[in-house]
Design a protein around this ligand. Structure first.
Ligand code: SAH
Length: 451
């Protein structure tokens, strides 16, 4: 039996879906060790013991895995953002492929063809969005940065290797302003204080920058000074927005935006089309990889120009709109009203006339469309992490599209949904993992299902 604080020698043999390394003791107990690499031989200190598993931390690396590299970020040990800065990118891709294969074959019990992962050309500075929490520590010092792993403790940082360098400049200007004007910072414990998050978006192609402050209230004292300083420091600043969130919640954004400078939106390009992005709309955080993901989705859709295409969970309409010229009619469904408005504007701005968008819950809208006699030839699904669920799969079966293209950001819920599809007459022909989020444990997949 393992004991808390005991030191053991452990060989790491696999990694969990969350990115932690795992090894087994001679008694078959799985020991989870964060920031270890498959192939490491370690001295591990046991931190917590359960019946069939335990948690430990690296005390010493006896033999490093061949894939190990030196982490190049000073925050890596504490920050909950990256899990894989200590292994080569090749090894990371291998683990991600394995994660997708394991989920689909084990959880889903689905046998299919797996293509190699679409790896990312850039492993750093690929994100176009940051939502940085703020807090004050006990000494009253302001912290702005990222949450520690599985925690709400803010790790202060001045730059993040996954973000464009200009975000560090926005952080610097904001930090200076806070220091000078002693800006009130929100306290999660008491629900008092004002500034909660700094939310930044950069349109990569047009270089337009959006800065949004999430406040408990309406705005910030002396905000005109802050805006002026942002304008001076950031020539590509397009808009500044104050989002009001007065709720005691971990949901970052409140429901109301006030535009303090500019138009409240920025514009970017994707697959040759132009898109308007507002603070509430979903926009792929790794634009270049999104283009490659969509290209694969398009190949799977196999459009010839005569199809009715249904794009469920369409966000600002991106996936469907990039395929609109290859089908007869496009119907997009999205639950966030602002995203639907953006989708409509995006269709118009790109001269696309064969598209319409519904603001509704995807399963309910699909059922409604079916009752109206709409029968799509191809359905695209791109649900959030919780997946699409069985009811929607049953509705899709009744609509009987020839093909379903499922884009997923969570292999576990994807696996469950592919099983529902199998029970409803759809086989999974092929799965392609795509690395949208290098250095984190997240992996995206795109799948082709056929009736
Ligand atoms: N396909 C888009 C967005 C994918 S993200 C793109 O690639 O850019 C998933 C989207 O589903 C988000 O825009 C989210 O607002 C939306 N969504 C979440 N739950 C939903 C539901 N029940 N019905 C419809 N849309 C939903």
């Amino acid at each position: 039996m393992l004991q808390k604080n005991e030191l053991i020698t452990l060989t790491i043999t696999s990694a969990t879906a969350e990115g932690s390394g795992v090894g087994r003791t001679d008694d078959g107990i799985a020991v989870f060790v964060p920031q270890s690499a498959v192939g490491d031989v370690l001295t591990v200190r046991i931190l917590k013991v359960k019946k069939t598993y335990a948690f430990g931390k690296i005390e010493a690396i006896l033999t490093p895995a061949a894939s190990r590299i030196e982490p190049d970020c000073p925050q890596f040990r504490q920050c909950g953002g990256c899990v894989w800065r200590h292994i080569s990118y090749e090894e990371e891709c291998r683990l991600k492929e394995q994660k997708v294969i394991d989920a689909i074959t084990r959880i889903g019990g689905v046998q299919t063809t797996f293509r190699p992962i679409i790896s990312s050309e850039r492993v750093d500075r690929y994100r176009n969005k940051a939502q940085l929490p703020l807090s004050r520590d006990r000494e009253g010092k302001v912290r702005m940065g990222f949450y520690a792993f599985h925690s709400h403790r803010v790790i202060d940082c001045s730059d993040c290797a996954l973000q464009p360098a200009i975000f560090a400049e926005v952080m610097r200007v904001t930090r200076e302003f806070i220091g000078e004007y002693d800006t009130s910072i929100y306290d999660e414990a008491t629900g008092k204080g004002s500034l909660r998050h700094l939310y930044i978006r950069l349109a990569e192609v047009t270089d337009e920058l959006m800065v949004c402050y999430v406040v408990n209230g309406n705005g910030l004292k002396h905000e005109d000074v802050l805006i002026q300083r942002l304008k001076e420091a950031l020539p590509n600043l397009k808009t500044v927005v104050f989002n009001s969130n007065r709720e005691k919640t971990n949901v970052i954004l409140g429901s109301k935006n006030r535009v303090a400078y500019g138009s409240g939106t920025i514009e970017d390009e994707l697959c040759g089309l132009r898109f308007r992005i507002s603070p509430f709309s979903f926009w792929q955080v790794n634009r270049r990889q999104a283009e490659r993901l969509y290209a694969q989705a398009k190949a799977y859709a196999g459009l010839t120009g005569s199809e009715v295409l249904l794009d469920l969970y369409c966000g600002t309409g991106t996936i469907g709109l990039t395929m609109a010229k290859d089908c007869k009619q496009l119907i997009g469904v999205e639950v966030i009203p602002d995203a639907v408005r953006d989708a409509e504007a995006n269709a118009a701005a790109n001269g696309i006339q064969n598209a319409r968008f519904l603001c509704a819950d995807a399963p309910a809208a699909a059922e409604q469309l079916r009752q109206e006699g709409v029968s799509p030839d191809v359905v695209i699904l791109d649900p959030p992490r919780k997946g699409c669920g069985e009811d929607l799969v049953k509705t899709i079966r009744k609509m009987a599209p020839r093909r379903v293209v499922y884009v997923s950001c969570d292999p576990a819920t994807l696996a469950r949904d592919l099983k529902y599809f199998a029970e409803n007459g759809y086989t999974t022909g092929e799965v392609t993992p795509c690395d949208m989020f290098p250095r984190t444990a997240h992996v995206e997949s795109v799948c082709l299902l056929s009736r």
